[in-house]
Design a protein around this ligand. Structure first.
Ligand code: ADE
Ligand code: ZN
Length: 343
């Protein structure tokens, strides 16, 4: 047998690597095939004739371009079973990629705004997460995001809707259109969320300036920063993130598709690791950006020439940054160490 090329060897190494995903919008895992199936099931018209036409429309110049199509796509999600099917399809996909644990975002306001009850969304997703645990052996938790283009009052109402379900929702986050909607707009909502015991995170520094990352740290008191790319523009901010060990949930293919970077060769991931930042790899909205976890790991590993040690660091960061219980965390770290030794 010919010896594997180094590229193939890295790909095989990534495929076998036990991984944790920490930045995944479940609505962003809606594949065009399921979009058509749900449109038909719910007797809805969608403005596309074929799966190919949908994929061709996924050509974005920035975050807002994507969000316009993302909110339109989620209109097909109407019934509890639709949310179940969406979530179970994602879990099935990542279970084949050696993703052992995943922390899933959902956007309740994207559904309640359209008249779909909060409980319909929550019940569909949580039933699939439970089946994912027992049938696919993927553990998970759920994080509710506030849409930052909507008002603080709307976010507060959404937080109140979630209070009876603290056993099902582990944390709260902040997503949608970043520019013009700084974290400080939601300081009171996040203060209440902290008092109620939720874990805290926010998208910051994806398109927005380093000041938004500072606000997420100081005003929202986040446990993790989602994206955080633009933190590198501010040395003091980098020093703070390194000192506190604040994880960054980085999403390489998302950054490419949304033109946060021009080319993956320019991606800051390696620089983040070199600076001592706790960077992790994630897929964000895999149905829209061309790949799940393995595709993200492979694309950035090849573009930046990452070796096995760097990939192990990224996977270890993902486990350490996860909101797993200590026993689950130790077990996954042990599994990763075993994999590293055998490699
Ligand atoms: N919602 C879904 N994906 C997002 C992203 N990458 N940034 C902000 N909001 C989002
Ligand atoms: Zn995101």
């Amino acid at each position: 047998m010919p010896k594997a090329e180094p590229q193939d060897e890295i790909d095989l190494f990534i495929e076998g690597l036990p991984k944790v995903e920490l930045h995944l919008h479940i609505e962003g895992s809606l594949e065009p095939e399921l979009m058509f199936e749900l449109a038909q099931r719910n007797k809805l018209e969608i403005p596309f004739k074929s799966v190919e036409e949908v994929r061709a429309a996924y050509d974005f110049s920035n975050l807002q371009d994507f969000l316009d199509i993302y909110y339109q796509g989620m209109n097909v999600l109407q019934k509890e079973q639709d949310f179940y099917d969406l979530t179970y399809a994602y879990l099935s996909q990542v279970s084949k990629q050696n993703v052992m644990h995943t922390e899933i975002f959902f956007d309740p306001q994207g559904h309640t705004e359209r008249g779909v009850p909060f409980e319909t969304v929550l019940n569909g997703i949580t039933r699939a997460l439970e089946d994912g645990r027992t049938k696919l052996y993927v553990t998970s938790s759920l994080i509710m995001c506030f849409l930052r283009h909507l008002s603080e009052e709307d976010a507060m109402k959404t937080l109140e809707q979630a209070l009876p379900y603290k056993d099902k929702i582990l944390g709260v986050g902040l997503d949608s259109s970043e520019m013009g909607h700084p974290p400080s707009k939601f300081a009171r909502v996040f203060e209440k969320a902290r008092e109620e015991g939720f874990r805290i995170m926010a998208h910051a520094g994806e398109e927005g300036p380093p000041e938004y990352v500072w606000e997420a740290l100081d005003q929202l008191q986040v446990d993790r920063i989602d994206h955080g790319n633009r933190s590198l523009e501010d040395e003091k901010l980098v020093a703070r993130l390194v000192k506190d060990g604040t994880p960054l949930t980085v999403c390489p293919l998302s950054n490419l598709k949304l033109c946060v970077v021009k080319d993956l060769h320019d991606h800051p991931l390696k620089k983040m690791l070199d600076l001592g930042l706790k960077a992790t790899i994630n897929s964000d909205d895999p149905a829209y950006f061309g790949g799940y976890m393995n595709e993200n790991y492979k694309a950035v590993a090849h573009a930046l020439n990452l070796d096995k040690d760097a990939l192990l660091t990224l996977a270890r960061n993902g486990i350490e940054a996860g909101f797993l219980d200590p026993v689950g965390k130790e077990a996954l770290l042990g599994q990763l160490d075993g994999y590293a030794k055998a490699a």
